[in-house]
Each structure stands twice: as C-alpha cells, then as structure tokens.
Ligand binder design. Structure first.
Ligand code: NAP
Ligand code: GLV
Length: 308
C-alpha cells in the first residue's frame, strides 16, 4: 500500500521510518514527491491545502496527524471517505501535563509574582490547598477526560462539561446545554478542550466569562475560533478575568501586531500544548492501516454529522 504524508510541522523522515518499520509492505511518500497519484490509497495529513486529497482518485482512508479535524472538514472538496483522528498516548499525556502546569501556574499565583517582581515588590500570599481551587474542563473526551483525571489526582476540585454524562473518579460531570450554567458557576480556572464545531464556535465569550468566579483565569488549548478575542480583552481589562493563557488562535502564526502579544495578563504560547511522537503515533496509524487492508473496522473514526 502507498501512503501519502503531508505536514508542514511534523518530521516526515521520523514518521516515514516509524511507519515503514511497523509495516514492511507500506511505502510512505512525502509531499510533494508523491509519484503517480493513482497509487495512493491512504493519507496521513496535518492541515493539507484544500483540494489536495480530492486529487487522489484511489484514496480509501484519511488519517489525521492531529486530534482536531476541523480544518479537514472545512475543505468542501474533502472526499467522503473514512476519516480517523489522532488518539495517541503521547498526545494525551503531553496535553494533561500542559493543563496541570497552567492550572498550577494560576493556583500558585505565579502571574501575580511576575507582576510583583517587575515592581521589585516582596509580598507573599499564603498558598491555599488545590482543593480550594475549582477547575472546569470544557470537553471530557480523550484529552479533556485525561486532563480532568490528572487535575483531580493532584487534588483540584474538578468539574467537566461534555455532551454526554461521564463517570470519572473525582470529577463532577455536567452534560449538555441544560447544565452549562451549573458547570460554569464559580469556576476559578476554565480549561477549554472542546472540538471546534458550529455549536462550540465563539463559546468563550463575555457571557461565559461573566458566569465564572470573579478574577477567574482562562486556559485555552483547543481552537482559535472558540474564543471571541475582543471579549477576552474587555474581560481582562475590567478585571472580570485575572488572566489567560492562549495556545491557539484564529490566525496562526499570531500576527506580530496582535494585541495579545503585548498584553501583561494574556500569555501566548505557539500551539504547543500537546504533540504526537512518531514512535507512539505511528503505532496507532499502523493499526488502522492493517485494519483497512484486512477490511476490519477502523478506530477513532470521525462522525462527520456531529463534526468531531
Ligand atoms: P474528543 O475525544 O472528540 O472529545 C471532545 C469532547 O468535547 C467530548 O467530551 C465531547 O462530548 C465534547 N463536546 C463536543 N461538542 C460539545 C458540545 N457542543 N457541548 C459540550 N461538549 C461537547 O476530542 P479530543 O481528542 O479530546 O480533542 C479535543 C480538541 O483539542 C481537539 O478537537 C483539538 O481542537 C484540541 N487540541 C489542541 C491541541 C493543542 O496543541 N493545542 C492538541 C490536540 C488537540 P461527548 O464526550 O459527550 O461526545
Ligand atoms: C492539534 O492541535 C491537534 O488537533 O492535534
């Protein structure tokens, strides 16, 4: 079988080696050296140019290098083929690590001490136990579910929101639109790990910020279009929010003149919250390629009608 690899960010050499080591019959062709497009039966991609996959007449399945497939679904020419997202232990672990790091950053008030350092001001706040900080996780799927478990294991009070009810030890589960207000009520830190769909676009807005505890913090790790940027700037300006760490943006890379770059209470990270290692990610893709070859059901299929 021939597989096309396309990504501007992932290392093609490492992925090709990891895939071919697991599947000796597989030939990985790295864009743009694709040879005869008619020979390609599978594609492993991250943000391919719109229209690219439609040019492969014998494609049988599309594998995403990312967990989020919103950019693929936005391509109106995307072939109606099985589409599988990345669900990989290294992706999950690195996301939970980042969520915990940032929850601790705000819980232990490092933002405050950064400001005080700039003013050479020595003043401590008595640290409080994690159990006194309520963290809300929007999305309790592969990533949000694991982040919720990790934060709960650290001792935070954790609440999660998803479409369907979850049972996660130490995590209060809120489900659907009816329980959204209960989920938000009084949160000290909110972490967004939702997929981008028509229902979740612009969900991080002034109305949501108003329901959190006064001086709450936002950690946004999902997709830029979840966030109404002006509402965040206003909420931080008015002190409604204490601060935010934003990892994902409507426009990436974030343009140099964007107000987030220089805002003292908004921290920017360059879409780095989590990553798939070829050593573990290739195992997941190889398993699906074997399934495709043997006519068995694929894993981690996207349900296109719900958008994730
Ligand atoms: P997932 O397993 O599909 O989980 C999605 C979760 O969101 C599920 O719990 C789902 O509820 C919930 N959800 C979806 N629509 C909802 C709605 N309208 N209302 C309430 N809950 C809703 O996805 P994942 O693997 O955890 O990934 C989540 C997102 O993280 C990705 O889509 C991507 O955008 C982002 N991401 C970012 C980075 C980064 O580096 N910044 C890296 C990887 C992924 P149900 O469980 O009830 O279906
Ligand atoms: C990264 O953003 C991903 O969706 O995996």
């Amino acid at each position: 079988m021939v597989l096309l690899f396309y990504s501007e960010e992932d290392d093609p050499v490492a992925w090709k080696a990891a895939l071919e080591a697991r599947l000796p019959d597989l030939e990985v062709r790295v864009w743009p050296r694709i040879g005869d497009p008619r020979e390609i039966e599978a594609a492993l991609v991250w943000r391919p140019p719109p229209g690219m996959l439609a040019e492969l007449p014998n494609l049988r399945a599309i594998f995403s290098l990312g967990a989020g497939i919103d950019a693929l679904l936005a391509d109106l020419t995307l072939p109606e083929l099985p589409l599988c997202r990345m669900v990989d232990p290294s992706l999950t672990r690195s996301m939970s690590e980042y969520a915990l790091t940032l929850a601790l950053f705000y819980h232990r008030r490092l933002d405050l001490y950064e400001e005080r350092q700039r003013a050479a001001r020595w003043r401590m706040e008595m640290p409080r136990p994690a159990a006194e900080t309520t963290v809300g996780i929007m999305g309790l799927g592969e990533l949000g579910g694991d982040a919720a478990r990790t934060l709960a294991a650290h001792g935070f009070r954790v609440r999660g929101w998803s479409r369907s009810r979850k049972r996660i030890a130490g995590v209060e589960s809120c489900a659907g639109g009816k329980e959204f207000d209960r989920f938000l009520d009084g949160l000290d830190i909110v972490i967004c790990l939702l997929p981008l769909t028509p229902e979740t676009e612009n969900i991080l807005d002034a109305g949501l910020f108003a329901r959190l505890a006064p001086g709450a913090c936002l950690v946004h790790l999902a997709r830029g279009a979840h966030l109404v940027e002006q509402d965040l700037l206003d909420a931080v300006q008015r002190g409604r929010l204490r601060g935010a760490v934003i990892d994902v943006f409507r426009e990436e890379p974030l343009p140099p003149d964007h107000p987030f770059w220089r805002h003292p209470r908004i921290r920017v990270t360059p879409h780095t919250a989590s990553y798939s290692l070829p050593e573990t990610g290739a195992e997941v893709v190889a398993d699906n390629i074997r399934r495709l070859r043997d006519g068995r059901p694929l894993r981690h299929l996207v349900r296109r009608e719900r958008g994730y």
